[in-house]
Design a protein around this ligand. Structure first.
Ligand code: DGP
Length: 112
């Protein structure tokens, strides 16, 4: 069964899309935790980072570079946080790999 994010990629579910290329899509999180909160997802579904394989190396690198590009595009290129929740125990609720790009406020460290 298609994940929620596959349905967003297929335009079956609406989303506020801020960036798209051949490999990935970025859209605003429905429950933002910062003034800028965007999810960057590969179009090819990977369950999570732990499920990625060496053949995904180029795609994973592309996602990181694209995250910085999207952050710049949204005006938070100088200070943003990337977050990947891997597994339910780490807060993952949608099992299609995604990078949270958060910006527009200060962030505490260590994270909660
Ligand atoms: P995670 O908990 O790391 O798996 O993040 C999943 C995120 O997906 C969570 O921050 C909320 C967001 N989300 C859930 N449903 C939707 C939706 O229908 N649209 C959008 N734009 N975001 C969603």
């Amino acid at each position: 069964m298609a994940t929620l994010f596959e349905k967003i990629i297929a335009r079956e579910i609406p989303a506020d899309i801020v960036y798209e290329d051949d490999l990935c899509l970025a859209f605003r999180d429905i429950n933002p935790q910062a003034p800028v909160h965007v999810l960057l997802v590969p179009k090819r579904p990977i369950v999570n980072l732990a499920d990625a394989v060496p053949g995904d190396q180029q795609l994973l690198g592309h996602l990181l570079l694209t995250a910085a590009k999207v952050a710049r595009q949204l005006g938070v290129g100088d200070a943003f946080r990337l977050n990947v929740n891997n597994g339910a125990g780490a807060g993952q609720s949608v099992f299609h790999l995604h990078l949270h790009i958060l910006g527009g406020r200060t962030f505490a460290w260590p994270p909660g």
